[in-house]
Structures are given as C-alpha cells and as structure tokens.
Design a protein around this ligand. Structure first.
Ligand SMILES: Nc1nc2c(ncn2[C@@H]2O[C@H](COP(=O)(O)OP(=O)(O)OP(=O)(O)O)[C@@H](O)[C@H]2O)c(=O)[nH]1
Ligand SMILES: [Mg+2]
Length: 376
C-alpha cells in the first residue's frame, strides 16, 4: 500500500528523534491516532452524462400494439349470461327447481337465438331428465342441456373441422369463395384467413371480387399488406366472374396454394345478385371442376335468427361447405351457432372474436359447449 505524504513525515520525524525500534513504535502510535481523527473519504460524484448520450424520451420508442383478442370463453360472456345465466337466476329466484315452470325455461331458450327446432330439442331433453322428482336439481338441468348441446354439434359432419388443418393434403391451389350479406365481415375474415394460412407456410392470393363497392379493393389491399400476402385486383374490371377466373388462372400458373375470393355483400333476397354468385362459381369451375373447395358464408352473430335465414338462402344457391360467425366478441346472440348446426347441419369452422388480424379462431365444439355454461 502506498504511504500518504503525512505518514512519511511522521516516519521521518520519529526516526530522527527516536531512532531505531523506539522510532517505529512512535510512528505506529502516531499513525493510529491520525487514522482515528481522519474523516471518511467523501464519495466521488458521478460525472454528468454528456448531452448526446441522454436516452431519448420513452414516447419516441412507443410501439402501438393491437389489443389481444379475447379467449372464446371471454368472448361468449354475454351469450352465456343471456342463456344459462338467465335460466340459473330464474331457478335460484324461485327457491327450487320445482318452483320453476318449464315455460320460463322455454321462454329463455326462445330468446337465446337458437331457433324453434333447437329449443324443442333442448326442452325435450330437459323434460325427460327432470321427470323424476329426485333428479330435480340445477346440476341435472345443466347437465341435460349441456349434453344435448354437445350432441347437436356432434351430429353435424365436419363441425369444427378447420379447412386449414389438412391443408397440406389438399389439391393445389385451394380455391375458397367467401360470401355473405353486407357488412358481415367477409373482407376482414379474408384478411385473417390469409394471415393464418400464410403462417402455416401457404402461398396465398386474395382476389378482389367485390367489384361493386368503390372502397372494397383498397380495403382488401390493406389486409393483404398486413397479412403479407399477394392480391389480385385488376383496375376497371367490373365483372366479379372475370376477376375470379383470372385470379385462379394466375394462381395455377404461379403455384399459389390458396386463393381467397372476396365477394360483394348482398342480401339473400336479391335474386339477381345471388345469381351473380352462381356465375362466379360456374366460371371458376371451368378451370377446376372441383372448385370452389370451400364456399364459406360469413355471418354476423349479432344478426341472431336472421343469420339462419341468410345461411339457408345462400346454401340453396351455392351449397355452402361451412360458416364463419363474426363479432362473437360482445354479442349476446352467440347461441345462433347452435341454431345453425341444429337447423341446417352446416358446420361452423371459424369464429371471429375481434377486429385484429389474430382475432379468428378455429371453431372447437367442446370449448363452445363448455363456454355456454361455465366461465373460466
Ligand atoms: N368486433 C368484431 N368486428 C368485426 C369482426 N369481423 C369483422 N368486424 C368488423 O365488421 C365491419 C365490417 O367488416 P367487413 O370485413 O368490411 O365486412 P364485409 O362483409 O366485407 O362488408 P361488405 O364488403 O360491405 O359487404 C368492420 O368494421 C370489421 O372491423 C369480428 O369478429 N369482431
Ligand atoms: Mg367486403
């Protein structure tokens, strides 16, 4: 250890005046005494950062993130409340299941957008289960309803089977037509589907077959950019059949895996516009007789019973292969999925649960049946 200047002076002094061992002893005591009175060293202040190294304010680094889509169970909260929640409250309010008239349950079921034939099926099951007095409990009521819901869903072929699941085994290019009434969520769903398929490694082409609405092409372009897929959107072509034909031809020539054909919204009652869809279908069948491999109707869950009428009419015209229910987030009318299965045997394949690109989920019948009754 280096000696400080004052230590050196004390040592020299004690050697001069005391000499030898005596000097060393004098030096030792003098040093100890000095250490006791010395204040501790003052902390050295941190040097201030030069101007240019000060980090920029946080606001500049802020990344705007889309909200996470809710889980299906959360999305179905209002539906659950207007279905099982209401039934449960009516039973609890009356004190016992005996006190609840079946009519009350029937009334609640009718207002849950299930459709009359579904209500009849559910009531039949409830009546037979509750006929024996010792079985009259809220749990029996719930179990009988839940198992009937499950069997309605299980009876529909391909229910919940995502057409993207066995995608690798399907002929290429897959050609899917997306149809439905105005504003149901067709273009948004195409964007979400394109994203899902692209994530699985598929080369996707979206075709701007909505030649009716001025902003439709640019809306689809935004989605194609977000999903990072290509778009076929010729300027000035007004015939949706021509757009679909050219898109399929291009997809075949360039080795695309999936063509998603957007179509203009139309009411199921507009015969001429429904015929136009038939024509689109005929035109693409000239290039691939097996196509469209999927004809998916997009239904806004908020339209409730009306969605069943739409599905029926579109099915008559196009032979639908599946349904996508959108806006399941927040609607109280999510029971309509069950109504579609029960009344028309059309499988629901996807559910839209928000506006973001990730807010599309494959329909899982078990999860749906569970979410109609239990929150978790
Ligand atoms: N909350 C919610 N909104 C959705 C969902 N799907 C679509 N939307 C919204 O519904 C509105 C209509 O969606 P579009 O995709 O334009 O509907 P469209 O069927 O293509 O409409 P047209 O082409 O005019 O017939 C948009 O504001 C979407 O953000 C969903 O699952 N949840
Ligand atoms: Mg659209």
């Amino acid at each position: 250890m280096l000696m400080e200047q004052t230590d050196l002076l004390i040592l020299i002094g004690s050697l001069i005046f005391g000499g030898g061992a005596l000097g060393s002893v004098a030096y030792y005591y003098a040093r100890q005494a000095r250490l006791k009175v010395m204040p501790p060293p003052a902390p050295v202040p941190e040097p201030a950062l030069p101007e240019e190294t000060v980090p920029p304010p946080r606001a500049e680094l802020k990344v705007v993130k889309e909200p996470e889509p809710p889980s299906l169970n959360t999305a179905l909260r209002s539906t659950r409340d207007s279905f099982w929640g209401k039934i449960q409250r009516s039973v609890l309010g009356s004190g016992s299941i005996d006190g609840v008239e079946l009519e009350t349950i029937e009334e609640i079921l009718y207002t849950s957008d299930l459709g009359p034939s579904t209500v009849t099926r559910l009531l039949g099951s409830v009546e037979s289960q509750l006929s024996r007095k010792e079985k009259r409990s809220l749990d029996t009521l719930k179990d009988s309803l839940k198992s009937e819901v499950q069997s309605i869903l299980a009876a529909v072929p391909k229910m919940g089977h995502s057409p993207l699941e066995d995608f690798a085994q399907r002929p290429k290019p897959q050609i899917w037509m997306i149809v439905g009434v105005n504003g149901a969520g067709k273009t948004t769903t195409i964007g979400k589907l394109a994203h899902l398929a692209a994530q699985k490694g598929a080369r996707v082409l979206v075709a701007a077959g909505d030649t009716f609405r001025a902003a439709a092409q640019s809306q689809l372009k935004v989605w194609s950019e977000r999903a990072q897929v290509e778009i076929f959107s010729p300027e000035g072509v007004t015939d949706p059949g021509a757009v679909a034909f050219d898109a399929v031809q291009m997809a075949k020539a360039r080795g695309y895996d999936l063509v998603l054909i957007d179509t203009a919204g139309r009411l199921h009652t507009q015969a001429n516009l429904m015929d136009e869809l038939k024509k689109v279908k005929r035109v693409i069948q000239k290039l691939d007789p097996q196509s469209p491999h999927e004809t998916l109707i997009v239904l806004d869950a908020n339209s409730g019973q009306n969605a069943l009428v739409q599905a029926q009419k579109f099915n008559e015209t196009l032979a639908l292969t599946g349904a996508v229910f959108t806006k399941m987030d927040g609607t109280a009318k999510g029971g309509v999925v069950l109504g579609l299965a029960s009344q028309l045997q059309i499988p629901t394949v996807f559910l839209g649960i928000g506006e973001s690109m990730e807010a599309l989920t494959g329909f899982n019948p078990g999860e749906y049946a569970e979410a109609l009754f239990d929150a978790h």
